[in-house]
Design a protein around this ligand. Structure first.
Ligand code: SAH
Ligand code: SF4
Length: 350
């Protein structure tokens, strides 16, 4: 294993200043700013005295992880595989809309414990929570490949609300005006529906945007597709979302992965319409991206047909719901939703 000097990337400005006891606070601020710019080494911190750079280098590292692979999709998507200090691997994706709006899709955990049946990450199992530094580093690495980033979505690997303390720290660093200075309104956390976590978010922030992977609001089907439903029943999820909305006042996105022939029934439409009552919500329809390894109760899953998607969206709109559809990017690098688990060179040729 590589040497394990403590890394500075996961420290807030204040924590950095207190960690560097013998360094005046203004130097701490300079160092914080250098790290937010993603410099490769202490040596690059040109306004820090050479002796201090050398002494920092002896005691600390800037980052705890490293980029172990990188794939470019012809559509502008960049997928990075990141190697963590303990040899775990995670993935992060930079989505580009062709103009200048880039969105960083960050992971919150190595693997995921939620085991949603349609998701590749879910089939891989869970290794551990990421540290704040490991979350910040994903952002810095993606920016070093693609330039300015307008939005962050916590929609990579893992369930973010099971790692709220470290995620909070990371987002505080990324939104610090002294650092990357991202706007909270441009950050979205996506959860599979952890009731306790949604309430904590409502009570203690951060007041970023919230997306919930609902998939269906039919309790019986949802429990079979998303085991999280057992301990977090839909009625409690709805109460938590109403509470969140009272406290935060923000519109919630309800993501629904469309699984061909599975959750496109009349019952799914009706239950979704009922679930959204009283909520200020928008439904984001995500056609399922194929994942070879997964099956649902012994049967393969299939992508929804184009007319199935259109009919579903149209019917939701008729029921008075606001609907959007997620664009599919990064399919060739397997960086699309739910396909994060490992690198498969074959897909990069796509
Ligand atoms: N764990 C969090 C965030 C990461 S998953 C969550 O579940 O919300 C990000 C989104 O991808 C979720 O809305 C999830 O439902 C969706 N997803 C998972 N597998 C998918 C697949 N194979 N195709 C399309 N979307 C998928
Ligand atoms: Fe985990 Fe989200 Fe995949 Fe479910 S959809 S297994 S919560 S990453």
């Amino acid at each position: 294993m590589r040497d394990r000097k403590p890394a500075l990337s996961g420290l807030s400005l204040q924590d950095l200043q207190s960690a560097l006891k013998d360094v005046p606070p203004y130097r701490g601020r300079q160092i914080f700013q250098w790290i937010s710019r993603g410099v490769p080494s202490f040596q690059s911190m040109t306004d820090i005295p050479l002796s201090l750079r050398a002494s920092l280098d002896r005691q600390y590292s800037l980052y705890s992880s490293s980029i172990s692979a990188h794939l470019d999709d012809p559509d502008g998507t960049v997928k990075l595989q990141i190697l963590l200090y303990d040899q775990e691997r995670i993935e992060s994706v930079l989505l580009s809309d062709g103009a200048d709006r880039r969105t960083a899709c960050l992971s919150a955990q190595a693997g995921c414990p939620m085991a949603c049946v349609f998701c590749k990450t879910g089939t891989r199992g869970f290794s551990r929570n990421l540290t704040a530094g490991e979350i910040v580093e994903q952002f810095l690495y993606l920016r070093s490949f693609g330039g300015a980033i307008a939005n962050i979505v916590i929609m990579g690997m893992g369930e973010p609300l099971l790692n709220l303390p470290e995620l909070r720290k990371a987002l505080a660093i990324l939104t610090d005006p002294e650092g990357a200075g991202l706007s909270k309104r441009r950050i979205t956390i996506s959860t599979s529906g952890i009731v306790q976590g949604i309430r904590e978010l409502a009570d203690a922030g951060p007041d970023v945007r919230l997306a919930v992977s609902l998939t269906t609001a039919d309790p019986e089907l949802r429990e079979r597709l998303m085991p999280v439903t057992k301990a977090n029943p839909l009625s409690e999820l709805k109460d938590a979302l109403l509470y969140y909305q009272r406290r935060q006042g923000q519109r919630i996105t309800l993501e629904t992965v469309l699984l061909g022939g599975v959750n496109t029934r009349e019952k799914d439409l009706q239950s979704l319409a009922q679930f959204t009552q009283g909520l200020e919500a928008i439904v984001n329809v995500i056609p399922w991206n194929p994942v070879e390894e997964v099956s649902f109760e012994g049967k393969p899953l299939r992508e929804p047909f184009r007319n199935e998607i259109e009919r579903f969206k149209g019917a939701l709109e008729k029921l008075g719901l606001k609907v959007t559809q997620r664009f599919r990017k990064g399919r060739c690098v397997a960086g699309a939703c739910g396909q994060l688990a490992d690198f498969r060179g074959g897909e990069s040729a796509g």
